[in-house]
Design a binder for this molecule. Structure first.
Ligand code: SAH
Length: 467
């Protein structure tokens, strides 16, 4: 460890910024919401105070700032002349402060880390000036996974600590309570900035936990097409916080790796025509684990509400009076379009796009081929590989051109992604020759020609002549 990052409490302390340039202003901005007294000494220069200054800022325009250094905990020096900086640093140190001379590390007692400021919770990162770009990238990555309301949540928890200790004198029981509560509904309320709501949710959790009736929650989470980079920020957080993960076969191992090591994982994976865990049993599992007070994440490939039977599951859970939330995911159609660079709509080629299942329920509503055959309409067929021959024939019979371009996108965004370009007439032959074993969608419509890999006009003609 090359550096140690201590946490210095700021409440009721004095922080002094010396200088009037951009560097000094940046430091003032850093302390915008801090509960300290901020003293800005401009060293004799008149300044226009920026609008976003901490309301507890005193602006001192004296040339000599010495009297303001007394009692200061931190002093930032932003002056151009090194000699002056050295003198000021010595004086500040003598007054008992820790000194940072901006952009002059040999004169510093401490460096300014990159900070993620969430109020009660602060994350600090530093490379000691060796690689600020890496630190910035790391901060952006962390920013996106740290809940916006985490500081408010911590602050709210602080106000209840005493009460919680009384209800749970036992350390382990208390830890379990906090683990559960700080991942519960209070989190969502804190993220929305609802401090009262978060506090009420914590008190409700305290009351029910004390009575031994802790409530669980079910989150239906879209895991996207497989690449973990395509998870939403919220999905990644919910997966990480889950006590139980009930997932499909289509959820990639890379996504499941985001779960806590001690989370219970249940694979209810289905393959075409083979349903190891029946749908009713899946809903029962969600209910059973939520009733044990657990945070259950039902993780589905793509989006839960696109051919994912998410609607049936939330109804079953809701009917049992259990809280249920839905987090969307990137559906296969969107992933395939993005990967193959096929715009699913385009002002010159398609005014509509329809997601179609190739496997409608036997006794349910069937596909309306006449409606799907319109030439200005993109179709994305899910679960369509096995029935491609029938599908393409019926579309052509309903009036769609046999020469309409088609892209088959297999394993979109995952390892082993393949993109095959053909036409409606040739679709069945193309599939027969290609051994498609991974999940795949068929994208049908003139927009397919806009993909960089689309067949040239000549290749199209040859295919058509061969048909
Ligand atoms: N809820 C999912 C769809 C589930 S139905 C979603 O929104 O994407 C299963 C079908 O989705 C598969 O048969 C296949 O047609 C499609 N699919 C899922 N993942 C895919 C992927 N990575 N690439 C291509 N198609 C995929």
């Amino acid at each position: 460890m090359d550096q140690f990052l201590p946490a210095i409490p700021l409440k009721d302390t004095r922080v002094v910024v010396l200088g009037s340039g951009a560097a000094a202003l940046n430091k003032l901005r850093l302390f915008r919401t801090a509960p300290c007294e901020l003293v800005w000494c401009t060293l004799g220069k008149p300044v226009a105070a920026p609008a976003d200054l901490n309301p507890n800022t005193r602006i001192i325009t004296d040339a000599n700032p010495c009297r303001m250094l007394r009692g200061a905990r931190l002093v930032f020096i932003g002056v151009e002349e090194r000699k002056l900086a050295r003198v000021l640093a010595r004086k500040a140190r003598k007054a008992g402060a820790l000194v940072n001379v901006i952009d002059d590390s040999p004169l510093c007692d401490f460096y300014t880390p990159a900070l993620i400021d969430r109020g009660a919770i602060t994350v600090a990162l530093s490379s000691g000036g060796t690689a600020p770009v890496l630190v910035r990238d790391l901060r952006s990555a962390l920013e996106s996974v740290i809940a916006p309301g985490i500081g408010l949540l911590a602050e709210t928890a602080r106000t209840l600590r005493h009460r919680v200790s009384k209800v749970f004198p036992d350390v382990d029981a208390r830890r379990r309570f906090w683990e559960h509560t700080l991942r519960g509904p209070a989190t969502r309320l804190a993220d929305q900035g609802d401090a009262d709501g978060a506090r009420r949710a914590m008190i409700a959790a305290l009351n029910t936990s004390a009575a031994g009736t802790g409530k669980g929650v079910v989150h239906l989470v879209g895991a996207g097409p497989g690449d973990p980079e395509l998870l939403t920020v919220r999905a990644a957080r919910l997966i990480r916080d889950a006590d139980v993960i009930v997932h499909d076969r289509l959820v990639s191992p890379a996504v499941l790796d985001r779960a806590r090591r001690d989370a219970i994982r249940i694979d209810v994976g289905k393959t075409a025509g083979h349903h190891p865990v029946p749908q009713g049993k899946i809903s029962d599992l969600l209910i059973e684990h939520a009733r044990l007070g657990r945070r259950v994440v039902r993780l589905k490939g793509g989006d839960s509400f696109i051919f994912g039977r998410g609607g049936e599951e939330i109804e079953a859970v809701r009917n049992q009076g259990i809280e249920v939330y839905v987090t969307p995911g990137i559906s296969a159609a969107l992933a395939a379009g993005a990967s193959a660079q096929i715009p699913l709509t385009h002002r010159d080629a398609a005014q509509a796009v329809t997601f179609v299942t190739g496997q409608p329920r036997k006794n349910g509503p069937q596909l309306d081929y006449a409606a799907l055959a319109a030439s200005t309409h993109t179709l994305v067929i899910y679960m369509g590989v096995a029935v491609a021959a029938i599908l393409s024939r019926r579309l052509v019979q309903a009036g769609r051109e046999g020469a309409t371009p088609v892209a088959i996108v297999e394993n979109a965004t995952c390892d082993g992604e393949r993109r095959i370009f053909t036409t409606l007439n040739q679709l069945a032959t193309a599939i027969a020759g290609q051994q498609i074993t991974g999940p795949a969608v068929l994208v049908i419509g003139d927009v397919v020609n806009r993909a960089p890999e689309a067949l040239s006009g000549l290749a199209h003609q040859m295919l058509e002549q061969a048909a």
